[in-house]
Design a protein around this ligand. Structure first.
Ligand SMILES: Cc1cc2nc3c(=O)[nH]c(=O)nc-3n(C[C@H](O)[C@H](O)[C@H](O)COP(=O)(O)OP(=O)(O)OC[C@H]3O[C@@H](n4cnc5c(N)ncnc54)[C@H](O)[C@@H]3O)c2cc1C
Length: 437
């Protein structure tokens, strides 16, 4: 097996797959090294409920306003699945469950969201340049600090935190800056960001999209190949697998989750601000659980503030073979065992007392050694310093990934965008048509 390539791409998530495809299409020889026995990383379309249904156990919602995602979908003739409309809303606030139509919940929460993100566009006038302005005074501000500054009643606070629960793990641990940048990408409107981030699935699933991208790539894919070291010796890069195999390349694209980067030796070491981002880690330790409940129940959605209920967002997905499928997000994975059907049922019964849980499907992204967490959310203090450093070439090593992206951070869009940028920069550096191996 030849072990010399122009480029070694490490990690076959969306970032690595796009980088590898783009580089191979520029004529470079590319090896794609992936630790797991499958591609896709934190996107994972799996056969659930005895193979009856294909479900997205990781990232799955995308939008036509996301330029990289939309270009890939169009390029491969793929479309989107419309989200559920209407249904009854339930929300846990000030110790009680409330219910009503969407206008009852959104009537309260939209003015609060507007106040929370009032300065989004002023702070990030060009959201695609995350470090354009000096935003030091908000960099250290947590989501909790920002909410405290609004002087809300307990009820308002819980409604607002409940609405944020789909993306928040902890208001204490997360900075407000990333949410402001996210709102700025959708014209300063955070409710538009919610639609972008969590409503429309891909027809055929992320798996089909990955197959389509790989079908137009001329890449040598090596699955079940965890990497333990990436060493730049100045004139090239040597990659060492966990089994001790050496792979030489002119350059490498490291497209790994932030929380696994500490397990891989990178030489020379990264600048202190980038190293600090790795050490402080992505705080999101969340679960996405698909729940099958008995019978065809009415469409509904529910939200509850992080820390105040084990399930923080749930939504009717569809009826299936006489039962109902519900998608649940748990801000704190430790608060609910997805395999404990009684516990899941008890958490849902707080809102819909008669609900009967038949089965669940979930991938534990927190325990998985190749992710060690969920979608990326910056801790206070790292948004405008860390990602900008990861964007720059580190000698012959380039970084990509939704976690270190400067645009679409924590999303499939961010992963694709950063993979495409790394491939472009690297290809320019290699010089079109100039191959070492
Ligand atoms: C539960 C959940 C729900 C989400 N929902 C959404 C959503 O609806 N919409 C959205 O846009 N985003 C969502 N996200 C976020 C989105 O999935 C990620 O931002 C995106 O998939 C990250 O892609 P990536 O390529 O940067 O990283 P990853 O997908 O994590 O890919 C990194 C790859 O590196 C591999 N790897 C790790 N360590 C090693 C090693 N030592 N050697 C070799 N390979 C290694 C991993 O196996 C993996 O394949 C969600 C994430 C989770 C976990």
């Amino acid at each position: 097996m030849p072990n010399e390539f122009d480029v070694a791409v490490i990690g076959a998530g969306m970032a690595g797959i796009i980088a590898a495809r783009d580089l191979s299409q520029k004529g470079h020889s590319v090896v794609l090294l992936e630790a797991r026995d499958r591609m896709g990383g934190r996107t994972y379309t799996d056969h659930a409920f005895n193979g009856e249904l294909d479900l997205e156990l990781g990232g799955g919602y995308v939008h036509w306003t996301q330029p990289h995602v939309w270009r890939e979908l169009q390029r491969h003739g793929m479309s989107l699945k419309p989200p559920m409309e209407g249904g009854r809303f339930y929300w846990l606030a000030d110790g009680a469950v409330h219910s009503g139509g969407s206008e009852d919940l959104y009537g309260t929460v939209i003015p609060l969201v507007q106040r929370l993100f009032a300065d989004a566009r002023a702070r990030f006038p060009m959201p695609f340049e995350v470090d354009l302005l000096e935003n030091r005074e908000i960099e250290e501000e947590t989501v909790e600090d920002r909410i405290n500054s609004l002087n809300l009643s307990n009820y308002e606070r819980d409604v607002l935190e409940g609405l944020l629960a789909g993306v928040i793990h902890s208001c204490k641990k997360q900075g407000i800056a990333q949410l402001l940048q996210a709102a700025a990408t959708t014209f300063g409107d955070f409710t538009a960001f919610f639609e972008t981030a969590g409503s429309w699935g891909i027809q055929g699933g992320t798996k089909q999209l990955i197959s389509a991208i790989m079908a137009e790539s001329n890449v040598e894919l090596r699955l079940s190949t965890p990497i333990r070291a990436v060493v730049d010796n100045g004139s090239g890069v040597t990659i060492t697998t966990r089994e001790g195999q050496l792979i030489n390349a002119w350059s490498a694209v490291v497209a790994l989750p932030l929380n696994t980067l500490g397990d891989v030796k990178i030489h020379p070491d990264l600048p202190p601000a980038a190293r600090s981002m790795i050490e402080r880690r992505n705080p999101v330790m969340a679960h996405k659980i698909w729940v099958r409940v008995k019978g065809e129940i009415e469409p509904f959605s529910m939200v509850a503030p992080p820390g105040k209920h084990p399930i923080n967002a749930a939504r009717f997905e569809k009826h299936h073979n006489g039962d109902t499928l519900i998608m649940c997000m748990c801000a704190d994975a430790a608060a609910l065992d997805p395999a404990d059907l009684h516990a899941v049922q008890a958490a849902l019964r707080k809102f819909i007392p008669e609900i009967e849980v038949v089965d669940t499907a979930c991938h534990d992204w927190v325990a998985d050694e190749f992710s060690k967490g969920g979608w990326m959310m910056h801790r206070p203090g790292t948004l405008t310093t860390g990602p900008a450093l990861f964007r720059k070439p580190h000698g012959n090593i380039y970084f990509a990934g939704g976690d270190v992206a400067t645009w679409g951070i924590g999303s499939i869009e961010g992963a694709m965008a950063s993979g495409a940028l790394a491939a472009r920069d690297l290809s320019m550096a290699l010089g079109q048509g100039r191959h070492r191996f």
